[in-house]
Ligand binder design. Structure first.
Ligand code: ATP
Ligand code: MG
Length: 350
């Protein structure tokens, strides 16, 4: 019986995770669930944002369903005690190097995007972002120059193995979709990007069915606004992926619609699934958060960790059907509560 670790976290995390769990339970797949505190909730329970028992559960589980973390009450604590420390801790401990962020525009939500309906129409892209390397994890520090100026530095680096494993995820993803992979780098300027491009290009020979293109990151930022629907899969490094995936998310309307997966392998392995939004302290406890991102994250869990594509699609179709019938939380211009939106999705599950 597959074990799902449920880490609801803080703010609206528990509210939206509850709906995602209800949907998973309704599918009757014989899953077992175990819950543990993380983030501010972890700190309150045990004095640390990532309690040992929570990390042990995440490691033992077949997949982790994550809510959100962040609690203004704990912002002043030392860095390692802040809720956010738990997220980096889990990613590192589970080796979650691949972050998948699909941005899909559900029919009927065209008006929710700041871009024109004809620009976002048909939007269905996935950004594959490398998650545990690049400039975020290289040597960093500050020093004084010979001229007495303060200087900060961060080293950007990737080795072949790191690029190979994320490129593999990009190609496998593209192969299962519209077979277009756009690799984003800055190879005209950066050594890391030249290595990146070499490795991706070489792997392309293994995937003759996938149309591979390369794009500089500045051009990619422009194309994501000009014609986002032209992309299928984008594979890129940690820094560029961080920026481009937030940019792409806006094409799809509300932040409350977007799920994500963080994976340690292309499929069949432990992974963590969470909405891209945060704990939203401004609306926490009011029952008005949109649970769709959490519910769609549960669909990704079934697809990638449990290799149950059929059940993943059942969930995605139910969300689309509920939206098509006009079900809307406040962020989408409606009046449904979090639980009522969950009910609307549940009633479309077949
Ligand atoms: P974090 O640092 O935890 O990522 P953040 O400061 O980036 O948090 P979010 O928590 O993502 O911000 O919230 C940003 C805005 O989006 C807030 O106004 C919040 O109310 C809104 N929001 C986030 N998630 C949802 C949701 N599921 N439904 C409705 N509104 C949401
Ligand atoms: Mg945020």
């Amino acid at each position: 019986m597959p074990l799902i670790a449920v880490l609801p976290g803080d703010g609206i995390g528990p509210e939206v995770t509850r709906e995602a769990r209800r949907v998973l339970e309704a599918l009757d797949l014989g899953l077992s669930f175990e819950e543990a505190p993380v983030g501010g909730a972890g700190y309150l329970a045990s004095g640390h944002p990532l309690p040992d028992a929570t990390l042990a559960l995440a490691k033992r589980a077949d997949a982790v369903l994550f809510g959100a973390i962040g609690d203004p009450r704990f912002e002043k604590l030392e860095r390692h005690l802040r809720p956010e420390a738990a997220l980096l801790g889990i990613r590192k401990a589970l080796g979650l190097f691949a972050n998948l962020r699909p941005a899909t525009l559900f029919p009927g939500l065209e008006d929710a995007s700041p871009l024109k309906p004809e620009v976002v129409n048909g939007l269905d892209i996935v950004i594959v972002r490398e998650l545990i390397g690049d400039i975020y994890f290289g040597e960093k520090g500050h020093r004084t120059t010979p001229d007495g100026l303060r200087q900060g530095y961060d080293v950007m680096s990737y080795d072949e193995q790191e690029v190979t494993r994320i490129a593999r995820v990009g190609f496998e993803m593209a192969k299962r979709r519209r077979k277009k992979l756009c690799s984003v780098d800055k190879a005209n300027v950066l050594e890391t990007s030249q290595l990146w491009r070499d490795v991706v290009t070489a792997m392309g020979a293994e995937y003759p069915e996938v149309e591979l293109t390369h794009m500089y990151v500045d051009n990619a930022a422009m194309q994501l606004v000009r014609a986002p629907a032209a992309f299928d899969v984008i594979v890129t490094g940690n820094l560029f992926g961080d920026i481009l995936s937030d940019q792409a998310s806006m094409c799809a309307g509300s932040i409350g619609m977007l799920p994500s997966a963080s994976l340690a392998a292309w499929s069949g392995a432990n992974g963590m699934y969470e909405p891209i939004h945060g704990s939203a302290p401004d609306i926490a406890g009011q029952g008005k958060a949109n649970p769709c991102a959490a519910i769609l994250s549960a669909a990704m869990l079934l697809r990638h960790s449990l290799e149950d594509e059929a059940s993943a699609q059942r969930i995605e179709k139910a969300v689309a059907a509920a939206l098509a019938k006009g079900a809307r939380t406040a962020d989408l211009g409606g009046t449904l509560s979090t639980a009522a939106m969950g009910d609307a999705v549940l009633s479309e599950l077949q």
